[in-house]
Design a protein around this ligand. Structure first.
Ligand code: CS2
Length: 462
């Protein structure tokens, strides 16, 4: 065993689990994974009859491949049996607890990066020793290890957050400090929280994917995952007693500092994804590949990278940012991958700071161009206002959707909507929004009057 993974979604099954399988194939080790679903039993129910194995379907325009991944040894569903989850996390054989719980799973305040004590799951975690949230499970399991005189474990985040290890540490330690300051001190000095940059495009599994796997393999695999050929994992090499799979043997890059890689990936890939998701969705594009094959959107995203994002980045070792942008464009153009704009548009409140806002405000301060980033933000504002360019209603999914709807109630003009949304402290605290309000209002007004394609065409002239 050795690894417990929290949040057994498609991404981990198509990325981290594949690296672990490859590492063991290339250089041995006994690194099975116990997966934990923090909410629903669906994934466990699909995997169980298959003995925890599943198919990973690699999709490229040129050729598609399947592979069976067999690193899961068990899957637990946290709400059904929290004690069993804590027991396996606290077992002496567990060396690493990895996590893909998405941005919102850290229960942090996006504007401050500190734990949100008003979050209902965190409130529950403070009232009871049976946890609900991911930070809650980590904190209680570490408490059990401390009390049993066992060493801590390494906490390995695979979520798209800058310095994800550091954020995981803040979440766990903020919570621990509220429960028992000496526990927080122990975690700070004993546990390890390596940061990582993860990359692979893994859209949610659809019926089409299951059918394609059936056609290719004859297997009826309800737990199959789809992914693009590309994958990347840059890992800060900071594990307890150096105890980890031989990730390098699987092609991961082990480094002392991942920050430049994280910033590049979050701002270039994820920033472009979010920009295309909001603006593309408004214009009626269902997928990222449809959006970038539309020449107006294709030209927009090239400019977004070259004129606004690359100038704000420092180049990571052995990387050429222009080549990286060209490669991203090709990945986005892959028509075999049907990555829904609606899926990427989800949880914007948790994604905007690291993907769009930080670059935008750095450019503003440095006197560099920022119109394309601002249009991406305007696109989010128009999107959460709830209707697309054809007037169809949008199903907005976001942990802050109630706060967003409340602040927009009665805001009937672009100006009022921009003012209302800018007042959302959870997202915009710390950013000098007033400096951009007039221009943002103009852009939201333009999106509302003429739609996203015309607004992009305006920006392309700058
Ligand atoms: C996407 C990411 O859903 C999203 O927000 O931007 O899941 C993206 O596909 C991955 O980070 C690619 O590595």
């Amino acid at each position: 065993m050795g690894i417990v993974h929290l949040g057994l979604g498609a991404f981990f099954r198509a990325h981290g689990a594949v690296y672990i399988a490859d590492a063991m194939e290339a250089s041995g080790g006994d690194w099975g994974v116990v997966g934990v679903s923090l909410k629903s039993p669906n994934t466990r129910d699909k995997l169980k009859p298959q003995g925890w194995a599943y198919t990973a379907l690699e999709l490229a325009d040129s050729a598609c491949k399947t592979r069976v991944i067999q690193v899961l040894q068990d899957v637990l569903v946290a709400p059904e049996n929290p004690t069993a989850v804590l027991a396996v996390m606290a077992a002496p054989s567990t060396k690493i607890v990895s996590l893909t719980v998405t941005e919102k799973g850290y229960c942090l305040n996006p504007a401050t990066g500190r734990i949100n004590f008003d979050h209902p799951d965190i409130e529950a975690d403070l009232k009871s020793s049976t946890p609900v949230s991911a930070p809650g499970y980590l904190m209680r399991a570490l408490q059990m290890r401390k009390e049993a005189g066992l060493p801590a474990f390494s906490i390995l985040s695979l979520d798209n957050l800058p310095e994800n290890g550091q954020l995981a540490k803040l979440a766990v330690c903020d919570l621990a400090r509220a429960v028992d300051p000496s526990l927080a001190d122990w975690i700070e000095s004993h546990a390890r929280f390596p940061s990582t940059m993860v990359d692979r495009i893994v859209p949610a599994t659809t019926e089409d994917v299951i059918e394609q796997v059936r056609d290719m393999t004859g297997l009826d695999d309800q737990a199959a995952v789809q992914h693009e050929p590309f994958r990347q994992w840059v890992i800060q090499d900071d594990f307890m007693d150096n105890n980890r799979p031989d990730f390098a043997a699987a092609g991961a890059l082990l480094v002392n500092d991942v920050q430049l890689f994280e910033l590049m990936k979050l701002r270039m890939l994820n920033g472009a994804h979010s920009a295309l998701a909001y603006l593309g969705y408004l214009a009626g594009h269902k997928t990222i590949s449809d959006t970038v094959h539309d020449p107006v959107f294709g030209a927009f995203i090239d400019d977004f990278w070259v004129k606004e994002v690359i100038p704000a980045l420092k180049t990571p070792p052995s990387t050429d940012l222009n080549d990286y942008a060209g490669h991203l464009k090709k990945r986005f153009e892959n028509t075999a991958i049907q990555h829904q704009t609606w899926q990427i548009a989800m949880d914007g409140s948790q994604k905007l700071p690291q993907r769009i806002l930080n670059t935008l405000f750095e450019n503003l301060a440095a006197g560099r161009p920022y119109d394309r980033l601002l249009l991406a933000l305007a696109g989010w504002m128009q999107y959460v206002s709830g209707w697309d360019d054809s007037g169809a209603a949008i199903d907005v999914r976001d942990p802050l959707s109630k706060a967003i709807a409340n602040c927009l109630a009665g805001a009937n003009t672009a100006e009022a909507r921009v003012a209302a949304l800018c007042s959302l402290q959870e997202i915009f605290a710390g950013y000098p929004m007033e400096k951009l309000r007039p221009q943002l209002t103009e852009m939201v007004g333009r999106l509302e009057r003429s739609g996203s394609r015309a607004a992009i065409e305006d920006v392309l002239k700058c």
